[in-house]
Design a protein around this ligand. Structure first.
Ligand code: SF4
Length: 145
């Protein structure tokens, strides 16, 4: 079973109220078993909401509000969801402070990216879920052509 960031499948849970619908992810999932989830919505945050970034191990919204607890709650709910659905792999949204797999924004809200993981991605990886982001999926799809 594969967990997928809900925004990659067109759910309007992104901070700006939109989504990150991704054709490569849709294509990759054809014929596979998957479930989708948004950790930030599950952690109690609304959509739309202010964007957030990780700084010094905590998560702050662009207005400076500490939203670390909401992000942690969302991550715990994502992990519980994975356990109850037999999830072994996940496809998560690149660079998100929840879902980023290889890199995240650096906390300055200037668009700079640093190596690291989102809060949910880290918790899932620590619990044995194998992670890819949508860019890994697109690369796999390209290789298969
Ligand atoms: Fe998408 Fe993850 Fe952000 Fe939810 S928390 S909108 S699933 S990147």
């Amino acid at each position: 079973m594969i967990l997928v960031s809900a925004c990659l499948l067109g759910h309007n849970c992104k901070y700006n109220g939109g989504n990150n619908d991704n054709a490569a992810v849709h294509g990759y999932l054809a014929g596979k078993d998957w479930v989708c989830f948004c950790p930030e919505r599950a952690g109690g945050l609304p959509a739309p909401r202010l964007p957030s970034e990780i700084r010094d191990g905590k998560v702050y919204s662009r207005s400076g509000e500490d939203v670390t607890e909401e992000f942690r709650a969302g991550a715990e709910r994502a992990l519980a969801f994975c356990k109850s659905h037999g999830v072994t792999r996940a496809i998560l949204k690149a660079r998100s402070p929840s879902c980023g797999v290889h890199a995240v924004y650096d906390g300055s809200f200037t668009g700079r990216v640093v190596p690291g993981m989102g809060v949910t991605a880290r918790l899932l990886a620590e619990n044995g879920v194998a992670l890819m982001d949508e860019e890994d999926v697109a690369a796999l799809t390209d290789e298969a052509k």
